[in-house]
Design a protein around this ligand. Structure first.
Ligand SMILES: NC(=O)c1ccc[n+]([C@@H]2O[C@H](COP(=O)([O-])OP(=O)(O)OC[C@H]3O[C@@H](n4cnc5c(N)ncnc54)[C@H](O)[C@@H]3O)[C@@H](O)[C@H]2O)c1
Length: 360
């Protein structure tokens, strides 16, 4: 459970007027805003468990159509790169803002000391529109993304699954392995694969002390796919896709949790899936227009949030092959950002920076 006692101003405990009054005691709205670095965000004490629960709430709110969230628009300054503008407003959480996120997979060769994924977020006061905070959103992205995968797994994977496989052992690979037990409580074995041996070794070094399940390197993608019940992928998004998972390796009862469009999965697999679920149909239609799905999208059973909210069915039989394609939604980011912001204000974390002085 999210520890609401530490979050005095949080949703459900104050109405909008009380919330604004609380906010006004901690920040001179319109005259200053709060800057929060990666480490500041982590120092607030918001945990991975909190973020898992917040993500579940934001997905359900999206499924019930209680949020305003236009599809992302993007820039593509380098081949296979993307920068996405992601605004969202979740009234029930008083969460309003925009994330500006980039993924540049070629950084690995061009700028080896730089990560591929970056993100900052502006949080706004939903009453006046004024900016409240400028914050790092790398940590939010790192943790809310596996939270989405494993909230989806709670509803769409075999609840008794004991095996999980991770394709791609970067930031997301590690975060997924760390958090696998959230949606797969019986997981005993985790199999990992990356094109780089060193990435697999680093994941195991970092994550094995943190998880009860035994982690092993896959001999190949085929070995991984044939060894596990639930598979997640977080590899560079290729346009057009370069699928390495052959359709004949995928079997009934498996659940695929894709974070990288269909980069790794054959079109035949997504088309024969018993259920194909995606987080935002509008968003994936835009990605289709950009050329990420050259064969088009298969019929969509539901959006992830609709399943989480109980509006559409999740897994209904052990034999179903289910593919879940989550590209990430701004509502997940702003809801977590709000909680981090509130805790930072309460605990005096971050730097207050001047804004303009005009009041009218
Ligand atoms: N859906 C979401 O919400 C969401 C959020 C964050 C990141 N992502 C996506 O997840 C992907 C990974 O992000 P990251 O931050 O972990 O990046 P990263 O650069 O830290 O890790 C990517 C890893 O994939 C490996 N890799 C590359 N090609 C591979 C292949 N064919 N097979 C197996 N491994 C391969 C790389 O060696 C690297 O270790 C990106 O495409 C990113 O856009 C999605």
């Amino acid at each position: 459970m999210v520890d609401l006692s530490l979050m005095g101003a949080h949703a459900g405990r104050m109405n909008s007027i009380e919330r604004r009054s609380w906010l006004g005691k901690h920040l001179r709205i319109g005259q200053e805003w709060l800057y929060l670095s990666f480490e500041d965000c982590r120092a607030t004490g918001v945990t991975e468990e909190d973020i898992f629960e917040l993500t579940e709430r934001s997905l359900a709110a999206h499924g019930r159509e209680e949020v305003e969230m236009p599809a992302k628009i993007g820039l593509h300054p380098q081949p296979d790169s993307l920068m996405h503008a992601m605004p969202a407003y979740a009234p029930s959480e008083f969460a309003c803002g925009i994330k500006w996120a980039g993924n540049f997979p070629t950084n690995a060769e061009r700028f080896p000391d730089l990560v591929a994924t970056s993100a900052v977020l502006i949080l706004n006061d939903h009453e006046s529109g004024l900016p409240l905070a400028l914050m790092d959103a790398c940590w939010i992205t790192e943790v809310r993304t596996p939270s989405v995968s494993f909230v989806a797994a709670k509803h769409l994977a075999d609840p008794d699954a004991t095996t999980f496989g991770m394709i791609g052992c970067g930031i997301q690979g590690k975060a997924h392995v760390r958090m696998a037990s959230h949606g797969l409580p019986n997981v005993e074995e985790i199999v990992v694969y990356d094109v780089f041996e060193s990435a697999m070794a680093k994941l195991i070094d970092t994550c094995q002390p943190l998880v009860a399940a035994k982690i092993r390197k896959a001999a190949s993608v085929e070995d991984l796919v044939k060894s596990v019940q639930v598979i997640a992928s977080a590899t560079p998004i290729a346009r057009p896709p370069e699928p390495r998972i052959r359709d004949e390796w995928v079997s009934a009862g498996q659940t695929l949790l894709l974070n990288d469009c269909h980069s790794q999965v054959a079109d035949a697999t997504v088309r024969r899936a018993d259920k194909y679920v995606c987080d935002s149909e509008a968003q994936h239609r835009i990605l289709d227009d950009y050329g990420f799905y050259p064969q088009g999208l298969p019929p969509i059973h539901a959006e992830t949030g609709e399943v989480v909210a109980g509006i559409k069915s999740g897994r209904t039989s052990a034999a179903e092959l289910i593919v879940v394609n989550n590209i990430g939604m701004a509502v997940e980011d702003v809801v977590v950002a709000r909680q981090i912001f509130d805790r930072a204000l309460e605990r005096g974390i971050g730097i207050k920076l001047p804004l303009w002085q005009r009041t009218s």
